[in-house]
Design a protein around this ligand. Sequence first.
Ligand SMILES: [Zn+2]
Ligand SMILES: [Zn+2]
Length: 160
Amino acid sequence: MATDGPLCPKRKFLDFLGGRGLRLTAQRRVIVDVVFSTDQHFTAEQLLDWSRRRDRSVSRATVYRTLPLLTASGLVREMDFGKDCKVYDPNYASHPNHSHIICQDCEKIVEFESEKIARLENEISLQLGFSVAGQRLQIMGSCEALKKEGTCKNRGGLER
Ligand SMILES: [Zn+2]
Ligand SMILES: [Zn+2]
């Protein structure tokens, strides 16, 4: 994935901010750098933690104010697991058609892309007189550890 140039997600986000007349403050720059340098899914608190590792002055308020801008830009997607805590996905800009399989115990998230699913979506949409604009597929399951040991050691890896 390109890390620079007009098509890189970070560049697009900076353009989005500029278009809204918003300034890129030093704190916000750190947050944006963190978001677009990871391919992991994260919670707001994790983003705060990662950002503070780079710059201790990053405030919780700035993180919480920047997240809605990131989702409004379409470059980061908010994922709904039906839990109280939101998880954010930074990979939508580069992989808009990926789906997720999630462990129901440790909440480990694995991404996958499937041509078959894409074909099926098109087929179903066509039959029903629609065209596909987007998709959100989440499979809940049991990871290796949960299957073997009945519990996951990594449980709680995501803050709730
Ligand atoms: Zn994802
Ligand atoms: Zn698990």
